[in-house]
Design a protein around this ligand. Structure first.
Ligand code: PLP
Length: 392
């Protein structure tokens, strides 16, 4: 047998992808399964973005590009930060990578030493802890349940900071909760972080545009510009422009850190796919109306799913502000039906109701479940009816 590295044995495959695979297997075996596990918009990439990729292909732009991204895409990203986020970066402070996941991976590899601690608020995006583990670092999970609307207080974070803390990860709007920190909350977090100059901040703004609660998106740097030299902003085109398969994400931050991340990329993937970069450039520079149309649909589905979930005895659920996820607590249902935990509940639902959702444990939040509404209203109506019947 092959002896695997210690490193790879610290991690597990992505549990959200595992649910998608399980649903696909059951479907292949002839079962009628409604998947509520999707981590991507159910919309097609807008036509003008596709056309940009086709034009790049036809112009022969199919060769290696600069490792860190084409100059024109980096320019589009610099302009995006200025226009949408009031943040100033130079091209040297930008690294384009193979999706937002790769951006965080490069960050972990460039920043973390064995034993370094990374504060990760739970519920968390499934990949943060494992990417830290791969770098030899220690994920320090700090939890916020539904009773505090899944948002950590500055005091909770401060209590978890030690001499070994290297990084604090912020993801708002959040996968899996859809919850977005208010301006006041972000400002308070920033103020607290000023007391800990040895801690860097990674703000993952992947869902910045999928937000429906009145106020525009803000980044923690808008309130605490003093953190600029130790903050790295992560973003990408995957969710906002329905471009998950194109694999383009980007990071902006202090030049030495970006350069180090670029070195890792230069010895691993090299540049992201050339034509995907031209498509991403068109996404950032082009007509943005697609986003508002998509968000309107997500909001309608959110309202429907929330009201249907609340009809189930034992479910607790609060409205969220963005993304295409909602994160109900099933603790009451699990207790009432005498189930072991959220994993057993998810198993029961896929077997008995033909509904696939991701158990909260995958996100560090046992007792909950993540429902994605990146699927048609018709599917959602059917799925909610099935949940209500199976959990009656
Ligand atoms: N960050 C968060 C919070 C996400 O939910 C995702 C995707 O699920 C990503 C980053 C990475 O996106 P991608 O690698 O597809 O660009």
């Amino acid at each position: 047998t092959v002896q695997l590295s210690d490193r790879v044995q610290t991690i597990k495959p992505s549990p959200t992808l595992a649910v998608t695979n399980r649903a696909a297997e059951m479907r292949a075996a002839g079962h009628d399964i409604i998947g509520l596990g999707a981590g991507e918009p159910d919309f097609d990439t807008p036509q003008h973005i596709k056309e940009a990729a086709i034009a790049a292909l036809n112009r022969g732009l199919t060769k290696y590009t600069a490792v860190e991204g084409t100059p024109s895409l980096k320019k589009a990203i610099v302009e995006k930060f200025a226009r949408e986020n009031q943040l100033t970066y130079t091209a040297k402070q930008i690294l384009v990578s193979v999706g937002g996941k790769h951006s965080f991976y490069n960050l972990a590899q460039a920043l973390l030493n064995p034993g370094d601690e990374v504060i990760i608020p739970a519920p968390y995006w499934v990949s943060y802890p494992d990417m830290c583990l791969l770098a030899g670092a220690v994920p320090v999970i700090v939890s916020a349940g539904i009773e505090q609307n899944f948002k950590l207080t500055p005091e909770q974070i401060a209590a978890a900071i030690t001499d070994k803390t290297r990084l604090f990860v912020l993801n708002s709007p959040s996968n899996p909760t859809g919850v977005h920190y208010t301006n006041e909350e972000l400002a308070a977090l920033g103020k607290m972080l000023l007391n800990y100059p040895h801690v860097l901040v990674a703000t993952d703004d992947m869902y910045e545009h999928i937000l429906w609660e009145g106020m525009p998106f803000k980044n923690i740097l808008n309130f605490t510009p003093e953190l600029y030299e130790r903050t790295i902003v992560l973003n990408g085109v995957s969710k906002a422009y329905a471009m998950t398969g194109w694999r383009i994400g980007y990071a902006a931050g202090p030049e030495p850190l970006i350069k180090a991340m670029g070195n890792i990329q230069s010895q691993s993937t090299s540049n992201p796919t050339s034509i995907a970069q031209y498509a991403a450039e068109a996404a950032l520079n082009g007509d943005q109306s697609f986003i508002a149309d998509m968000v309107k649909v997500f909001k309608e589905r959110h309202d429907f799913v929330l009201s249907e979930l609340l009809k189930i005895d034992g479910v607790r659920c609060s409205p969220c502000q963005g993304t295409f996820y909602i994160f109900p607590s099933f603790e009451g249902v699990i207790a009432r039906m005498g189930m072991k935990d959220d994993l057993a509940l998810a198993e029961y639902l896929i077997e008995k109701a033909g509904v696939a959702l991701v158990p909260g444990s995958a996100f560090g939040a046992p007792g909950y479940g993540r429902i994605s509404f990146a699927t048609s209203m018709e599917n959602l109506q059917k799925a909610m009816q099935r949940l209500q019947t199976a959990l009656a």
